[in-house]
Design a protein. Sequence first.
Length: 448
Amino acid sequence: MSKQWEPQLVTEIPGPNSQKLLARKENYVSRGPSNLLPVFAAEARGALIKDVDGNVFIDFAGGIGVINAGHCPPAVVESIQKQAAKYLHTCWHVVMYEPYVELAEKLAAITPGNFPKKTMFVNSGAEAVENAVKIARKYTGRTGIISLENAFHGRTLMTMTLTSKVKPYKFGFGPFAPDVYKIPSAYCYRCPYGAQYPGCGLECAEKFRRFFITEFPAENIAAFIAEVVQGEGGFIVQPKEFLQRIKAICEENGILFIADEIQTGFGRTGSLFAIDQYGIEPDLITMAKSLAAGLPLSAVTGRAEIMDAPSPGEIGGTYGGNPLACTAGLEVIKLVEKENLCQRAEQIGARMENRLKEMQDKYELIGDVRRLGAMVAIELVKDRKTKEPAPVETKQAAAGCHQKGLIVLPAGVFSNVLRFLVPLVIEDEVLERGLDILEQSLAEVQVR
């Protein structure tokens, strides 16, 4: 590691150059898009971000799950540069191009399910979910959609409706999309039935079956959608048996199963997709974030006959499947395979889990440590017996990390979770330095 790219702070946070940009931002940028750190990036490499004042931060956020392959992976950057010299945009709906077809072909090969598959591309995770819902409704001729409590699927009308957290995502933005319903997720640390997994009988899954009796007929439900690991909800790992039972109930009733892999995909959980570890073949799968290493690209891939339900022009978008983004996506998949990033994710996750459990032994503040692969989180509580959430302490711990040069993300329905999306190319030394900063910050909060 060169001296230029060592984690280091050379000014206060924010530094003078960031302060100048903050003043301009206050004058010209809407306050609705939130900001975690009061700094502005100048460069980024691997698992490090350098700000405009020369401070180099360790990145445990990964652009909210976008940078699995690291910041500016050379092969991806080179592929983008080569494509940019050819053409930037023709619009797939006007003049087609090979990278769109090639990436669709690749996704058909690597997504779960040994059956013919097709893909359509859009720009964001929310757009992918919106289109998955449209496709499901068109194919089934039904209107109802079921999601899970604690879910996050986006900020558009449909995806906001599917999302579970009221503030800041839903408050004041109603009315919401019709025919959207929720059942409990398997939030085992806070089981709404007071049971304990695995000897719980999966009461939460059986709620799905009873839903058809008490709330809405199965004949009117088009699809069920779930994040395998609920991201913004607090990295809640759904038990394998829970989703398997849900899938079985879907099959019994002709309901499509949509796996939302927007945050979990492309190696994050120790497999290419999290659903690979569940023995489930989803009818549709939504992808975004780490698919193109930071370029706006999302996808819906699914059974060919389902994907072909919409007629030409009924789905799509002007920028969907932009050639630069498709080219980047192809290189990302090559990199994940070549560098064994799925295996690396499990190594990173195991290392983090060991350190975090050591911290849990020291600090009563940590109520739960959970992960799937390198999708890792700690839930902070004021009291381990009552499990009272500790949102203030979580905010303080995150701020302490930021002031020491470590970027971490708060999350959770109760805003009491710190989630970690470490780039899978991080060096062990940098990972340990980041964990040291985290422990120092937790220790400071613990004694307040």
